[in-house]
Write a new protein. Structure first.
Length: 326
């Protein structure tokens, strides 16, 4: 008998066919994210669930899934899941680490280039029929080459971003919970420093740290006030790492040059004030949105669930579960 699995929202056709061949699959929706009440209703008889980062998998949801044994989160992050309660109940949690590193680093660098050279603003200007010919002061942006880049979080994605930055001739500085080995610092030409100093000297800042209790509002009012007027802030990490309301105020008052967002503090809500600014580029959380990456993420979830139901330790366990099994 096939195990009952809930996929909260459909992804690509190839991994769905794989799921259907291996499990008794229910797809929650093809067109939208499920509400919490809908997840509670559909999870009643399921032994496994493939959830999205937007799905609230809390105590109430887990208690509703009386047969639930494994949660495969279709994301690297898993702050949508009550991990402590899942550990108590013995419900395994997996995620999709490593696979989206390059895609996310690409989008972060695309945001940096777009903000620095005012690409979206210039596109709107041109499409709107305002371009009348070359002008000496038209859409003046800032150069990337030779500037100071501050990376917050020097994990896999931070390092991939640094690799790209090195090719653009940027001076690289970083702040991270753990200092990387000296040979890696030399490879990237990166210098470790404290957060305050990094914010003060950097022309560009890119956020790549995970969201934890310690990093929530890591960039608060006090820290954001350290930024140069010419600074550009890029966030492809997690929205709540930044005090979004105060950052919008700085952008509105032209206290910094610009910002690029792929994540938001109260996602999917995006403040109207942010949408109206010309000195920002805002994206709909597409850091991992390549055909190749999303398909790999789906198959990682499938493999994790399949391993578990075959009596093996599931692949890609979150660190908290790895620690518990030691």
């Amino acid at each position: 008998m096939k195990r009952k699995v809930l996929l909260t929202r459909a992804f690509q056709e190839k991994p769905i066919k794989e799921l259907e061949s291996k499990f008794d699959l229910e797809i929650g929706s093809y067109e939208r994210n499920l509400t919490k009440d809908e997840i509670i209703d559909k999870i009643q008889d399921k032994e496994g669930i493939i959830s999205l980062l937007a799905d609230p998998i809390d105590k109430e949801v887990m208690n509703s899934g009386k047969n639930l044994k494994i949660i495969a989160n279709y994301a690297v992050g898993y702050n949508n899941i009550d991990v402590e309660y899942a550990l108590q109940k013995g419900i395994y949690i997996t995620h999709t680490p490593d696979v989206l590193t390059e895609a996310t680093a690409d989008i972060a660098f695309a945001l940096l280039l777009s903000v620095a050279r005012r690409i979206i603003e210039a596109n709107r200007f041109t499409v709107g029929g305002k371009f009348k010919g070359w002008e000496p002061n038209l859409m003046l942006g800032v150069e990337i080459f030779g500037k100071k880049l501050g990376i917050i979080g020097m994990g896999r994605i931070g390092k991939a971003f640094a690799r790209r930055a090195k090719g653009f001739g940027l001076d690289i500085y970083y702040y991270s919970r753990n200092r990387i080995p000296e040979e890696e610092e030399k490879k990237f030409g990166a210098k470790f420093m404290g957060l305050d100093e990094l914010l003060k000297i950097s022309d560009f800042i890119s956020i790549h740290t995970p969201l934890t209790k310690e990093t929530r509002h890591l960039l608060n009012k006090e820290k954001l006030d350290l930024l140069k007027k010419s600074a550009i802030l890029i966030n492809t990490g997690r929205g709540p790492i930044v005090d979004e309301e105060y950052l919008i105020k700085l952008l509105k008052d032209n206290k910094i040059f610009g910002a690029g967002f792929d994540v938001y503090e109260k996602e999917p809500f995006i403040p109207e004030a942010l949408k109206k600014l010309d000195n920002v580029v805002i994206l709909p959380h597409i850091g991992s949105a390549t055909i190749e990456t999303r398909e790999k993420m789906a198959f990682m979830c499938i493999n994790s669930i399949e391993h578990f139901f075959n009596g093996k330790t599931p692949e890609n366990l979150i660190p908290e579960w790895k620690n518990k099994l030691k």
